[in-house]
Write a protein that binds this ligand. Structure first.
Ligand code: GUN
Length: 284
């Protein structure tokens, strides 16, 4: 069997066309969805992600602004900028690109974002709402993964789902969303004893570990749906996921490629959350 590819560029483009139209409707009311992105430090991967987010805003007709700081900036300057953006009516979403330099208190900085502008969904109260199944901003990467299931008509009810990785950004919210959708969820991590045995039980396998090609075809149940969240750079400069795509695609029924899978969907769902925030603010 060769797996069907879940194409994040194609799905992203389709959804973004709808967002552009909704942004045009807001423009009739004199409003443009606005996203502010804060970048601290010179991490090359973060710089690429931020550039892609800003470009995606422009293509969808959104306003965006990037606020970049050197790694040795006083954290108080970034807190001040967030306070300013919280009060700025042009801005409907504020995103602090992670990771932050070590001297930053990440949780405190995220909690400084106004709840109605927390389009990444990383504030503690947003996480609480997600756990309780209350309305909230869904963190963009797991939100994008859920859109793949929806688009491909993959039901999650009663399925065995295994999430490899327990980060706040992906693993934990992903597990919560899969659970709410009716899957039985196992979360594996660096201390899991027999990762392969867990993976082999998975009807739905989400890899979010940050280790190149760690999940190989022999760890995948025939017919499983594989979502690869990893974006790793190999010594030759090429990008690869946490899944060994070549061996995995021979076993899985559906698989996301890297690049072109989860990455573009993360940005698409950031636009979705920013647009939703702008529409809410237009209706209040
Ligand atoms: N760093 C890696 N992924 C993300 C993300 O989705 N949002 C933010 N803010 N930072 C990240």
């Amino acid at each position: 069997m060769t797996a069907q590819i879940l194409d994040g560029n194609a799905l992203g483009q389709k959804l973004r066309a709808g967002f552009k139209q909704r942004a045009e409707e807001l423009a009739l009311q004199g409003m443009r969805p606005g996203l502010a992105v804060i970048l601290v430090g010179e991490d090359p991967a973060s710089q690429v992600y931020v550039r892609n987010k800003v470009n995606a805003c422009a293509q969808a007709g959104f306003h965006s602004e990037k606020h970049a700081y050197p790694a040795d900036i006083e954290p108080s300057a970034v807190f001040d900028k967030i306070a300013e953006l919280n009060a700025d009516p042009k801005i409907h979403g504020i995103l602090v690109q992670l990771p932050l330099p070590r001297n930053f208190d990440t949780e405190a900085l995220l909690d400084a974002i106004a709840p109605e502008k927390d389009v990444d969904g990383f504030r503690a109260e947003n996480v609480g709402a997600l756990v309780q199944g209350q309305p909230c901003f869904i963190p963009c990467t797991p939100y994008g993964a859920m859109k793949f299931f929806e688009e491909a008509g993959i039901s999650l009810k009663g399925k065995e789902a295994v999430v490899v990785g327990r980060s706040n950004i992906v693993g934990k919210p992903m597990a919560m969303l899969l659970m709410h959708a009716g899957a039985t969820v196992t979360v594996c991590h660096s201390q899991t004893r027999d990762l392969k045995a867990h993976c082999l039980r998975a009807d739905i396998l989400v890899a979010a570990i940050g280790r190149p090609k760690m999940i190989t075809g022999d760890m995948i149940k025939p017919g499983a749906v594989v979502i690869d969240v990893g974006i790793n750079r190999l010594p030759d400069g090429k990008l690869c996921g946490d899944v060994d795509f070549e061996s995995a695609k021979e076993v899985a029924s559906f698989i996301t490629p890297v690049p072109g899978g989860v990455g573009p969907m993360t940005i698409t769902m950031l636009l979705a959350n920013t647009l939703e925030s702008a529409e809410r603010s237009a209706n209040t």
